[in-house]
Design a protein around this ligand. Sequence first.
Ligand SMILES: Nc1ncnc2c1ncn2[C@@H]1O[C@H](COP(=O)(O)OP(=O)(O)OP(=O)(O)O)[C@@H](O)[C@H]1O
Ligand SMILES: [Mg+2]
Length: 392
Amino acid sequence: MGAVTSTEEIRQSLATVIDPELRRSIVELDMVRSIEIGENGVVDVTVSLTTPGCPIRGHFQRAVTDAVAGLDGVSHCNVYFDVLSDAQKAALQQKLGRASLPEGTLARVANILCVGSGKGGVGKSTLTANLAAALMAEGKRVGVLDADVWGYSIPRMYGLGSTRPPVSPERKIIPLGAYGVSVMSIGFFLEEDAAVVWRGPMLHKALTQFLQDVDWGELDYLLIDLPPGTGDVSMTLAQLLPQAQFLIVTTPQPTAQKVARRAAQMAHKVSLEIAGVIENMCAFQTPSGERFAIFGEGGGEELARELDVPLLGRVPLTMPLREHADGGRPLVLEEPEDPAAQAIAHIARGVIAMAPLPLATLPLVEVPAGAAPPAPPAPAERKPAGVSLPMA
Ligand SMILES: Nc1ncnc2c1ncn2[C@@H]1O[C@H](COP(=O)(O)OP(=O)(O)OP(=O)(O)O)[C@@H](O)[C@H]1O
Ligand SMILES: [Mg+2]
């Protein structure tokens, strides 16, 4: 082992570590907080992240270690993390010449819509799959997360089997593409029709991974297909995604609407905003024009009125909607003239027309023009504030 490298040489070497979201070197971005050379060639590098929960920590951990560990006289490299202060974020924003920084993988998802119901079997998954396809047909970038971990049905509705999704070099899971929609489901990771028995922490962990470790990329809408009822999944998601909105699906019958009201109460309890109601399985119309209100009428309208949210649409019962769902092809793309397809396309346009949520971004920090760059941290603050992650 030769002479111990200088901090300047280490800094030069760190110029090869690129922030995959900002696409620049962490040296250039001023994200290298400190470099300390200890005894026996042990080097401590502290990297400042834009957010504490930054999902690309693992990437920095490996890239920094790779860049430093090979240098002369370096026996080991510890990577620590802290978070940029507001002033540092402001300086970074100025440097990047834009108003906001991405905040992890969901930062580039503009709208998150959870599709839920009080009761099972009302058509949540069928509507989620078709609504996503309809939004895509309107030129939107759309993802679907199947959060029904116990009764996943989204893979089947898109004709996707249990293909394993690929993993990117940044160790993110890449969603599978179907009909132009990015799809993620627990079903991709299980043997066909295997049962999932997760509860509590396991469930929480799986849902967190679906949101943080999946490379959703830039999306206008992420639709989340919920399991029926008001249980664990909805609560967990509400906790993880406070910015999400809720679409409630109900059938037209008064009893279903009562159960749907419970879903609405749950959404209120966890402070999720309800974007609207969709009434599904409305009157079936024969080709000769005869109407059969098999599940009654008016439930969706009444629920929407009660909740003071829009009734986004009424989707009739049609045979092709059921057949195409079973066949793995979204009806809205295959038979757009079917009355159910038309109703779903109408809902998609309504969803687009609703005031979209702004892109989730870091709060913009005001910086007066020509302000001096932030002072370097005081020596006491220079101590690593983050934790040393276990080596991947
Ligand atoms: N408007 C409709 N016309 C005809 N068939 C429909 C309609 N809506 C849903 N279906 C059919 O009803 C069945 C149940 O729908 P789906 O699986 O989407 O309901 P779900 O609410 O997601 O159920 P779960 O609560 O079990 O998740 C499916 O076979 C689906 O194809
Ligand atoms: Mg379902």
